[in-house]
Design a protein around this ligand. Structure first.
Ligand SMILES: [Zn+2]
Length: 410
């Protein structure tokens, strides 16, 4: 089976009416990992796993060196697509096959890793497997996490939808020499510019806020306009201030994607609004600047509209610049395969964020048709899927051949 057929086959596992449902350590997600392990064994590669649920597939190298790694994830969001994550894992396996078919073995072992629980769709933390592997999240912290349904991570891994059967479990995998992740873009930028290969410059940092606006509920007919403390009108001002903060900074986005109005009745002046703000940029200083602008807006709006505005930081992740050395290597490879190859930032988070904290890391993107992702209609043209695999194999070999690359600092 080629990459297109394998991805189509994998897409059957966890298929729903609207897309694919493969949350970590559910029967569907387990079956996807089993399928990946079976294909890898049939292709002649060694398969191992760690107790965080990560699956490691290895092509042996000629020398005793740390591996050069690629990978991504097999879990999905609810009603997700067939390519987000799965492309980097199955495409990585395909790249391993291309490299193994060559006359000469690589110097380094080459690994493809299926990282566990990237989406955070069952346990409350994203990029969980790669975060444990990189030492960012201690294993004990991950093991104690509890899913929406009450099962702990450690129990779920030990249960029937956890570890793979007949695959050794180790927890002493050494860090790789370098990490290259293949992924779909999940946005419309490459398609619009005609690029078939993308060289990722940085993965955006992300900060999330929870805001509670408290005004005064009242009769929509009897409270004069001048005497109102309308929480929703204040929220409207804040939504526009958030949009303005995003527009004011290059390579940055700011979104209010969730808003709950109380009591949400046609004939009542809204008394309270809860909303969530998501701010991202490739530059942490711009995230700070957007936060500053949003905080100032809450104070201004609160005073002008006589409402109380409480803002709380829910989550903060730093931007992850990709390794300049690896970017240059990948740039050479991608430009040779696609005259329209482009450099771009990733607004979405990826396992490469975690790997970038310990080893030189980089990413290769292929375009998403209409920019659609995290939906069942997520697509990439088959020729682009194949070109991305070719680029990944060439990039892994280029890293393998140049010893200076695998000893460079992050
Ligand atoms: Zn992904």
């Amino acid at each position: 089976m080629n990459i297109v057929d394998r991805l189509a086959d994998l897409a059957q596992i966890g298929a729903t009416a609207a897309g694919i449902d493969r949350a970590l350590f559910t029967p569907a997600e387990h079956a996807a990992r089993e399928r990946f392990a079976a294909w890898a064994r049939a292709d002649g590669f060694a398969v191992e796993q760690d107790r965080a649920g990560n699956v490691f597939v290895r092509l042996a190298g000629r020398e005793a060196l740390p591996p050069i790694q690629c990978g991504s994830h097999l879990d999905t969001v609810k009603d997700g697509g067939a390519y987000d994550g799965a492309y980097g894992v199955i495409g990585g396996l395909e790249a391993l096959r291309l490299i193994a078919a060559r006359a000469e073995r690589p110097l380094h072992p080459i690994e493809v890793v299926a990282w566990a629980g990237e989406e955070g769709s069952r346990f409350p933390v994203g990029t969980l497997g790669s975060s444990v592997y990189a030492g960012i999240t201690p294993y004990a912290t991950a093991a104690a996490l509890v899913a929406d349904d009450g099962e702990s991570f450690a129990d779920a891994f030990a249960g029937p939808a956890g570890k793979l059967t007949g695959v050794p479990v180790r927890d002493d995998f050494p860090p790789p020499a370098a990490y290259v992740e293949l992924h779909i873009e999940q946005g419309p930028v490459m398609e619009r510019s005609g690029a078939r290969l993308g060289i990722v410059t940085a993965i955006a940092g992300q900060r999330r806020f929870s805001v509670r606006i408290s005004g005064t509920a009242g009769h929509a007919g009897t409270i004069p306009m001048a005497m109102r403390s309308d929480a929703l009108a204040a929220a409207a001002d804040l939504v526009l201030a958030v949009e303005a903060a995003g527009r004011a900074h290059p390579d940055s986005v700011a979104t209010v994607g969730r808003l709950v109005v109380e009591p949400n009745q046609t004939n009542i002046v809204p008394g309270a609004v809860s909303l969530r703000i998501d701010v991202r940029s490739v530059d942490d200083a711009r995230i700070d600047a957007m936060q500053h602008a949003i905080t100032a807006a809450t104070e201004r709006i609160g005073a002008a509209r006589r409402v109380h505005v409480a803002l709380e930081v829910l989550e903060s992740r730093r931007a992850a610049p990709m390794s300049p050395v690896l970017r240059a290597v990948i740039g050479t490879v991608c430009n040779a395969l696609d005259p329209n190859a482009m450099a771009l930032a990733s607004g979405a988070g990826h396992d490469a964020m975690c790997l970038a904290q310990i080893v030189p890391s980089a990413m290769i993107f292929v375009p998403s048709i209409r920019g659609e992702s995290h939906v069942g209609t997520e697509r990439t043209a088959p020729a682009d899927l194949e070109l991305g695999v070719e680029a990944l194999a060439a990039a892994l070999l280029a890293v393998d051949r140049d010893p200076s690359l695998t000893h460079s600092v992050v």
